[in-house]
Design a protein around this ligand. Structure first.
Ligand code: ATP
Ligand code: MG
Length: 336
């Protein structure tokens, strides 16, 4: 069946446990966009190798994330959900992409400069993992393999989509391919959920302080307590203001989970005190986690079947787009 829908590609790196911020900022939108776009959603387990990671931890992360996608509402009849490492085409495509880039181009990437500068100062140039330099070429490969139109990303990844746009144009000119030049997609409500401990910093799955984040697999009672202890301010009045990041964050979490606007949420709590707000948010978070986790228990049983189904569909698309580039480059292996 040929679909006229635009193609959307999105992935989450298997580097840690998913947080409520990953749900509100990313997964919730993917679920919402399932009907509008042809969705390819993957667990970026190859990208998780960029920096050293323990094999057991990687295996746990990738399976947890897959099951959480299902539990959060990714419907595999609408979206193609797969493990990146199940589609071997990513490896070969990465080689074809990186042989069309320069070291200068890759070492200018902000993320590479940030992450490698930390390692360089400590150990010297030769210890920077090559994967850190090549992270963007694998990302370009991910996108071009599905010939995606739109890539939902946070600001940190925008430069990599820019590189993909350059590469798509470069390959099309050089090899007469037909890759689309993808657009970054920044969600309308740029939901940025903040740390519960330092509300001026974003909530991150790589934050070492477990009290700063609600993990989707947290014990719901523990999560409730984290909300009750969330850092706020000493004013004692509830209203929306950038000068009150802790309160704004709690209101944002409530509004996202209840699917009501921030302004409506503010109205609900104008006359309430901080304790009452925290109880209400804690209760919503608790209910949400209970619901997700009950679905998760079911979902985890279906991972292998679902992953196989996703991989078959993903491979078919990836293979077609890989072959078109191979042909252009002069690697026309139809005989195989
Ligand atoms: P890390 O600390 O390892 O970078 P992360 O929590 O930032 O982890 P990513 O894997 O980088 O998670 O991003 C996954 C998705 O979650 C992205 O779409 C990103 O925009 C979104 N996301 C991450 N943090 C937040 C946040 N605090 N608020 C809203 N969305 C977020
Ligand atoms: Mg991040």
């Amino acid at each position: 069946m040929v679909s006229n829908k635009k193609i959307l590609l999105s992935g989450i790196t298997a580097t840690g446990k998913l947080t409520l911020a990953n749900y509100i900022g990313a997964i919730k939108n993917m679920v919402k966009l399932q009907d509008e776009y042809e969705n390819y959603i993957f667990i970026a387990d190859l990208h998780a190798l960029t920096l050293p990671i323990d094999p057991k931890e990687l295996e746990n992360n990738r399976r947890n994330i897959f099951a959480l996608f299902l539990a959060c509402g990714i419907d595999t009849n609408k979206s193609t959900l797969f493990f990146q490492s199940d589609v071997l085409e990513h490896g070969l495509m990465n080689w074809l992409i990186l042989t069309n880039t320069t070291i200068g181009e890759l070492s200018r990437m902000t993320q590479f400069k940030d992450k490698s500068s930390k390692i360089k100062t400590a150990n010297g140039m030769e210890t920077i993992p090559t994967g850190l330099l090549m992270y963007p070429t694998l990302m370009v490969a991910d996108i071009l393999l599905y010939n995606a139109d739109v890539i939902p990303v946070g600001i940190d990844q925008k430069q990599h989509v820019e590189l993909t746009r350059n590469l798509a144009t470069r390959l099309n000119n050089k090899f007469k391919t037909n890759f689309k030049v993808p657009e970054p997609y920044i969600p309308e409500v740029g939901a940025k959920i903040m740390s519960l401990v330092e509300p001026t910093k974003k909530m991150s799955k790589s934050d070492k302080n477990e009290k700063a984040s609600i993990y989707l697999l947290d014990d719901p009672e523990v999560a409730y307590k984290k909300i009750m202890k969330a850092v706020t301010d000493s004013e004692g009045k509830i209203y929306l203001s950038d000068d009150k990041p802790g309160i704004k964050n709690l209101l944002t979490i409530y509004s996202a989970l209840k699917n009501i606007s921030l302004q409506e949420t503010e109205q609900l709590f104008l006359e309430k005190n901080y304790g009452e707000l925290k109880q209400a948010v804690g209760q919503e978070v608790k209910l949400f986690l209970i619901e997700i986790q009950s679905k998760y228990t079911e979902a985890i049983k279906n991972i292998d079947i679902e992953a196989k189904k996703g991989a078959i569909k993903a491979r078919e698309t990836a293979n077609k787009n890989l072959k078109s580039l191979m042909k252009g480059i002069g690697l026309d292996n139809e005989s195989k």
